[in-house]
Design a protein around this ligand. Structure first.
Ligand SMILES: [Zn+2]
Ligand SMILES: [Zn+2]
Length: 94
């Protein structure tokens, strides 16, 4: 009744297999939608969403002092990123 399906991940653009086992699992759970992401991206999203467990941290360079820092969100180019000290210092000024 089920066949392996090849889907394209919404996040990384890689093809991945929606296996018969997974399809059965989805049907059992009553999920209407096929998975939009590959296993890797789903896992990293789960990790990112679960703040209490290990957080995915991204490398960034502070826009103020140039120090390397880690931030809990994916840095985008249109927003400056600050290290903890600069962030605190800037917040203190406002
Ligand atoms: Zn992916
Ligand atoms: Zn800084």
């Amino acid at each position: 009744m089920y066949e392996d399906k090849t889907l394209v991940c919404k996040d990384c653009g890689q093809e991945f297999t929606f296996t018969t086992g997974e399809q059965e699992f989805y049907a059992e759970k009553g999920f209407q939608n096929e998975p939009a992401r590959c296993r890797d991206c789903r896992m990293s999203r789960k990790a990112a969403n679960n703040g209490r467990r290990e957080r995915v941290m991204y490398d960034a360079v502070c826009a103020d002092c140039g120090k390397e820092t880690k931030i809990p969100f994916n840095p985008t180019n249109d927003r400056p990123v600050y290290c903890r000290e600069c962030f605190e210092a800037r917040r203190g000024q406002e």
